[in-house]
Design a protein around this ligand. Structure first.
Ligand SMILES: *[C@@H]1O[C@H](CO)[C@@H](O)[C@H](O)[C@H]1NC(C)=O
Ligand SMILES: *[C@@H]1O[C@H](CO)[C@@H](O)[C@H](O)[C@H]1NC(C)=O
Length: 451
């Protein structure tokens, strides 16, 4: 077959011009007569290479767009977002197969972790070029980048952002209030509902009271009440309101002439009561006490202290005693006669003690002698003989020796002296055992009054 031989040589020459195979190898090829019949011109010697999601760029030994000729070299490249697995370049071999295989696998980034109090949405899942945008729950703000992108190499751009609570909580204090001090007090109990705090992020909030708590007794004046609140992220809010306590006062009451006032509480504050009291020898006429009212005026009208008036010409001891009941104490002094030494000594010792006796509301009754020449007197006022007799019997006072009986304001026999006592002793006894607490305090104040 000389013609076909000629053609073969022609092809060989053509091939040599454009490929690496040299003449010697061709001569080997010729010698191996049993090898498959290679066809350098067959455009489909190898099956046209396919690469899903990629591109195959081939260079045929004879040029042109042939992708399956023997010796064709193909470069495999994957589309963006895909990674080549297998051979990067393959060649069409004489056995009609390619020298290797390859395929493109889609590149995935790792699953993005969730962030606390946040979420994200991605444009294309976790594949290359997908952008995931982060958002935070209400009350939280993004710190860091707002989005991450799956990069070609399979890693995410940037770093995970965090959602942080930057919104301060909200707190509203109750309105300020004015309270009038309770009657008889200089303080007022003021209560309120503690403010409620809200926060977009937190359910549990720590509300801190800085000053006095509701329900405490507030002193007169202006008080600031402050509350603070912190959320879990230590964002802070505060509020305050005022509590004003007013003590309503009446004008101070003037004390009565020949008397004084005994007032409760602070003397002239709302609810304070003032009692009218009279000096010894005087008695009250009018209201016993007045109260400072809410409208800053005193109840009732002023009382007076008027000199005590007694009727000494009464017929019975009880008629006499009744006049002193709850008003005066009585010191009944009795002696056999006016020249009795004990009586005389006693008179010397309590001479000039009228003031001290009056201060202690004590009236002295003298009983002297025996019937028919018996006398009874209060200062210069003479008593009837029935009255003298009545007193002696009621308090078992003997005519035969010196004695003194001290009666309290209720006419009760409190002490008996059978020897003369000094006025100091007498007063000390009265002060310690007979006076009421209030009288004792007042006496303390006026101790020097009689000097
Ligand atoms: C104060 O209030 C009392 C009753 O609570 C009333 O009797 C009195 O008239 C009032 N005084 C004044 C000055 O308003
Ligand atoms: C007075 O009484 C005393 C006894 O206490 C008696 O000794 C004296 O004689 C009396 N004097 C007169 C004047 O009665």
């Amino acid at each position: 077959m000389p013609t076909s031989r000629c053609v073969a040589v022609f092809i060989l020459v053509f091939f040599t011009a454009g490929a690496t195979t040299d003449y010697d190898s061709y001569s080997d090829f010729i010698e191996e007569d049993y090898t498959p019949q290679v066809d350098y011109k067959d455009p489909n010697w190898c099956r046209s290479p396919q690469l899903t999601n990629g591109e195959v760029t081939c260079r045929s030994p004879q040029g042109g767009a042939h992708r399956g000729m023997l010796g064709t070299l193909c470069e495999m490249t994957c589309d963006r977002g895909y990674r080549l697995l297998g051979r990067r370049s393959i060649q069409c071999l004489a056995n009609r197969l390619w020298s290797g295989t390859a395929y493109c696998r889609r590149i995935r980034c790792h699953v993005l972790p969730l962030i606390p109090q946040g979420r994200y949405t991605c444009t294309h899942g976790f594949f290359v070029d997908s952008r995931c945008d982060f958002t935070c729950s209400p009350g939280y703000r993004i710190e860091g980048e707002h989005s991450r992108t799956c990069q070609h190499g399979g890693s995410w751009s940037g770093v995970q952002p965090v959602c942080s609570d930057t919104d301060p909580p909200k707190i509203k204090c109750p309105p300020s209030r004015l309270k009038v001090a309770d009657p008889g007090k200089l303080t007022a109990k003021v209560s309120w509902d503690p403010p409620a705090a809200t926060d977009t992020a937190d359910k549990f909030l720590n509300v801190v009271l800085v000053d006095q708590a509701p329900g405490t007794e507030f002193k007169e004046g202006l008080h600031v009440i402050r509350y603070k609140v912190y959320d879990q992220a230590r964002n802070r809010a505060a509020c305050k309101f005022f509590v004003r306590v007013e003590v309503r006062r009446c004008l101070e009451l003037p004390p009565p002439l020949h008397g004084y006032l005994s007032c409760s509480s602070d003397g002239n504050n709302y609810g304070a009561a003032c009692e009218y009291l009279c000096d010894g020898g005087y008695e009250r006429r009018g209201t016993s006490s007045r109260v400072c009212q809410f409208n800053r005026s005193w109840s009732g009208s002023p009382a007076e202290c008027v000199p005590m008036e007694f009727k000494f010409s009464v017929k019975t001891a009880s008629a006499l005693l009744d006049q002193f009941y709850e008003k005066r104490r009585l010191l009944i002094m009795s002696a056999p006669n006016i020249s009795d030494p004990d009586y005389q000594l006693q008179n010397i010792m309590i001479q000039k003690s009228d003031c001290g006796l009056d201060l202690r509301h004590v009236t002295v009754i003298e009983l002297l002698g025996s019937p028919p020449r018996e006398t009874g007197r209060i200062k210069e006022n003479l008593l009837q003989s029935e009255v003298i007799e009545g007193l002696r019997q009621a308090y078992r006072i003997s005519r035969s020796y010196f004695s003194m009986v001290l009666l309290d304001e209720l006419g009760v026999d409190r002490e008996r002296f059978i020897v003369p006592v000094s006025s100091e002793e007498l007063f000390s006894y009265i002060d310690s055992f007979v006076l009421e607490e209030e009288e004792r305090e007042r006496l303390e104040v006026h101790r020097d009054f009689c000097d």
